[in-house]
Design a protein around this ligand. Structure first.
Ligand SMILES: [Zn+2]
Length: 140
């Protein structure tokens, strides 16, 4: 676990707190100081009211699958041949924001709409942790 030969996120001042949170296995989203609503992806301005002040809060990590695709053709082949099939999904968090991610921990073809999922952090490199989602454990 050191270097990845695939495209990786390039944190900027707006997104760095999010990626720092992932490294600590915390899923962070922004809460607007003015209207109190959550927003994601990271931005310097609230998409709901336009205010610039916000604070980072820890999300529950729980959500449901909004939409998804199963990738079966590795592009580029040299990089992804060993990873297909895999799932690219949009997950709606309990907090009301939508996140592009991967679904892991189940048969890619078993993913369904509205499937309950929970965050699962993948330490893919020394300095990079990706937030993926896996099927939620049934609540007791
Ligand atoms: Zn706002």
């Amino acid at each position: 676990m050191s270097h990845l030969n695939k495209p990786v996120p390039a944190p900027d001042p707006d997104t760095k707190p999010f990626w720092d949170g992932c490294r600590k296995h915390e899923l962070l989203i922004q809460e607007c100081d003015a209207c109190g609503r959550f927003h994601f992806p990271p931005a310097g301005r609230c998409p709901h009211c336009g205010a610039t002040g916000s604070r980072w809060v820890k999300a529950s990590g729980k959500g449901t699958v909004y939409s998804w695709i199963v990738v079966v053709h590795p592009v580029p082949k040299e990089v992804y041949a060993g990873e297909v099939p895999y799932v690219v999904a949009l997950v709606d968090l309990e907090e009301g924001v939508r996140m592009a991610t991967n679904i892991v921990g189940c048969d890619p073809h078993a993913v369904t709409a509205n499937m309950p999922v929970e965050v699962s952090f993948q330490d893919v490199a020394d300095d990079l942790t990706l937030p993926c989602f896996r099927p939620a454990k049934p609540s007791a």
